[in-house]
Design a binder for this molecule. Structure first.
Ligand code: EPU
Length: 431
């Protein structure tokens, strides 16, 4: 059943919320479970449609994937097939991280090349170039890629591209190299905390991996990997979204479980905007409204994350002054701009740069979510707007935020989810 969110703005959010496990760690870690024939138990896994979907793909590939209790997934891949069908891959682009796991475990993989998505083109050329550097034979035919790792051996692999490193590309290479004989050096490796979380799991499984968190990861191939029990890191993007919800409403929000070290650039920008930030072991707190505008430029970690760009833009709308948002990771990731404009936001878009004229009131409006982070940004804007905001296509939100409505309500937000049929038909952009 299609659902919509109705937000009544104007309430400063106050209180504590706990961050769930990171979606962008959970998906590659679930894929990594295929590298062993033994059981891998993952804890702190968020309850999201993307996670359930990844479990479905793992089952399709022959693994058993069960969640015996909330947050825990037990994956056992005694047998694995090397073929991932297009019907499944096309629904979730992140399933591309199965490629490295299949190459590592089976020495071959076949996967439909995932298409682009609403945030822009999503090529996998760097993933394929990396596998070739390991000596894999890569062929592309009829929209599918086949990888044959018969002649693979460790080597030097460069994961750098025009937009910097690639996160899932780095994950793929590390997974493939873990079971490839010889030493591999991954240069221009992604430094995102989710890559380090993957490396932590791989080490528990018996892999010889070091250097993660820096731009050079070293992998010494081993013949096989065992089972492991691993708790996933907290979701820094989800945590950042709740902190942004506190800031946009001039409230006082503490996110438990959040790691300030994973959010450095984002917290730095909030602080520069005049939002008070406090943090300690296992918590981050944001208090007060942004008092001045600040510019942001998204970059690979440790730069400002593209996955918090839309939410931060909503916060910038509160601060007086003219600021810019420059998207250097996904130059087309601005679908939220037109919807924010419908709420009265003054944002001008010129290529990969949005100019935000902040400090003007927002008014609630019916808007349409286009993708995961845009949905969150629209809800944040609704929290700060006068009157009612209705957000359609809420399924985008459910891909990446566990119990978003409940967590916001816990902070005092006036937000409800309703069947789309209960949204006044005069406001509905689609049925
Ligand atoms: N790129 C290439 N060639 C490649 C791969 C990437 O040119 O072979 C380009 C992309 O087009 C993009 C840039 O490099 O411009 C970075 O893409 P990257 O490969 O790092 O993205 P990803 O690994 O596919 C992950 C997250 C995204 C997040 C990006 C960037 C997961 C499941 N997804 O995607 O998360 O935006 O890293 O940080 O980890 C989200 O959670 O909302 C989301 C989209």
């Amino acid at each position: 059943m299609l659902e919509v969110a109705r937000i009544l703005g104007g309430v400063p959010l106050k209180g504590e919320v706990r961050a769930a496990g990171a979606k962008n760690a959970a998906l590659p870690l679930m894929a990594a479970s295929l590298l062993s024939a033994e059981t891998v138990t993952l804890r702190g896994v968020p309850d999201l449609s993307d996670v359930r979907f990844m479990a479905e793909i793992l089952r399709h590939l022959g693994a058993s994937a069960e969640s015996p209790e909330p947050g825990v997934w037990r994956i056992r891949a005694a047998q694995v097939s090397h073929r991932t069908p297009y019907e499944l891959v096309r629904k979730m682009r992140a399933s591309v991280c199965l490629l490295g796991a299949l190459v590592g475990r089976l020495g071959r993989a076949e996967m439909a090349v995932p298409g682009g998505c609403v945030i822009g083109p999503r090529p996998i050329d760097l993933h394929l170039r990396g596998l070739e550097s390991l000596g894999c034979r890569v062929t592309l035919e009829a929209g599918a890629v086949s990888v044959d790792a018969t002649a693979a051996r460790g080597g030097e692999v460069d994961m750098g591209g025009p937009m910097g490193s690639t996160v899932l590309g780095t994950a793929n290479l590390v997974m493939a190299a873990a079971l490839t004989r010889g030493s591999t050096r991954v240069l221009n490796a992604a430094r995102e905390p989710e890559v380090s979380d993957l490396c932590d799991l791989l080490r528990k499984m018996g892999a010889r991996v070091s250097g993660d968190g820096t731009a050079t990861i070293e992998v010494e191939g081993v013949p096989s990997l065992g089972g492991a029990d691993h708790a996933i890191i907290a979701d820094r993007i989800e945590a950042g979204t709740y902190l942004a919800a506190g800031a946009i409403t001039g409230g006082d929000v503490t996110v438990r479980g959040a790691e300030a070290a994973h959010l450095g650039a984002f917290l730095g920008r909030l602080e520069a905007a005049g939002v008070e930030i406090f943090h300690g072991p296992g918590f981050v707190r944001a208090r007060g409204l942004p008092r001045r505008g600040v510019d942001v430029v998204t970059e690979p970690h440790p730069g400002f994350p593209t996955d918090l760009q839309a939410q931060f833009m909503a916060v910038q709308l509160m601060a007086p002054g003219v600021t810019t948002v420059t998207e250097k990771v996904y130059p087309h990731r601005f679908m939220h701009v037109a919807e924010l404009q419908r709420m009265g936001a003054d944002i001008r878009l010129d290529g990969a740069v949005a100019t935000v004229h902040g400090g003007r009131p927002l008014s609630g409006a019916p808007v349409m979510a286009s993708d995961l982070r845009a949905s969150a940004a629209l809800i944040l804007a609704g929290l700060a707007a006068t009157g009612e905001t209705w957000v359609q296509r809420l399924y985008h939100l459910d891909r990446g935020y566990e119990k978003f409505k409940e967590r916001l309500r816990g902070l005092g937000a006036d937000v409800v989810r309703l069947p789309q049929s209960e949204m006044p038909s005069s406001l509905r952009a689609e049925d």
